[in-house]
Design a protein around this ligand. Structure first.
Ligand code: SF4
Length: 276
């Protein structure tokens, strides 16, 4: 059985940057260090940071002193203002691509467009972008969600981890009902590259293994994309979840990983597969 890793897989620029910022803060720590929510959607990485003294909290109300790290997904800008007002040191690890989506949304609102955010309603990144337009935007997950939209001037931004196919379907629907449309494709490069590479590999492989947090939007999307091309797609977090029977009669097993999956977990999965 041959194992092939997708051309683009694993850690992206934004995650590496956030982890470097967190580890640097941990090394120089004299006061408690907290992350607002898990710094990335990967439980194994979050656990290893806890060992270094970087612990997640739900809100800044839980932080009395020290440093608070804003994760890659970004937050409501008011949260940063409040944290500084409380005397906390803020390390802003918002991914620059997420920050771009936040700025684009604010600009669209200022230009008078009705803002549409293509993304998952309850995802922290989308909640953050929504805050940049004071909550005045329609969040759409799929094309049918725009059926109640009345506005004729519509500006679109996209959750960075969405698939281009979903964006395309939604924009097509919008074209049919709006007069003036401005679309900022804020899907990030790392996401697109991982999706294209995963799709191509899933097409050729007998089975696909997608490695990454079950709570990770970009990993879940990779698994969906692979599943559309290959019914034998399995989403796991660690090598321990592999089941020998999944790979019966397989000549080629494809392997990919979300942008928040560290290399060492991917390597472990590859080695475990090779030993089967
Ligand atoms: S997937 Fe893209 S937007 Fe998200 S953290 Fe990585 S580089 Fe940034």
């Amino acid at each position: 059985m041959r194992i092939e890793i997708a051309k683009h897989a694993g850690y992206c620029y934004g995650v590496e940057r956030a982890l470097t910022l967190a580890k640097t803060a941990a090394l120089s720590r004299t006061t408690p260090i907290r992350t607002l929510g898990p710094i990335i959607h990967n439980p194994q990485v979050v656990d290893s940071l806890v060992e270094m003294g970087v612990t997640p909290v739900e809100t800044i109300n839980e932080v009395g002193e020290g440093t608070v790290i804003i994760r890659t997904h970004g937050v409501d800008p008011q949260v940063i203002v409040d944290a500084r007002r409380r005397g906390l040191k803020v390390v802003d690890a918002t991914c620059p691509f997420v920050a771009k989506a936040q700025r684009r949304a604010a600009a669209l609102k200022q230009e008078g467009y009705a803002v549409v955010i293509v993304g998952e309603r309850n995802h922290p990144e989308v909640e953050g972008v929504l805050a940049y337009v004071n909550g005045n935007a329609l969040v759409v997950e799929k094309a049918s969600d725009i059926s109640n939209l009345k506005e004729k001037r519509v500006g679109v931004v996209v959750q960075t981890t969405q698939s281009i196919e979903n964006l395309r379907k939604i924009v097509l629907q919008l074209l049919a009902r709006s007069i003036d449309i401005k679309v900022y494709n804020t899907i990030c490069n790392a996401t697109s590259q991982r999706q294209v590479a995963a799709r191509e590999l899933a097409n050729r492989a007998d089975a696909m293994v997608v490695v990454g947090g079950k709570n990770s939007a970009n990993t879940t999307r990779l698994a969906q994309i692979c599943r559309e091309k290959n019914g034998r797609t399995f989403h796991i977090e660690t090598a321990d979840e592999l089941v020998v029977e999944w790979f019966e009669h397989c000549n080629l097993v494809g392997l990919t990983a979300g942008a928040s999956t560290p290399d060492w977990i991917l390597k472990e999965v590859e080695e475990r597969l090779a030993s089967q």
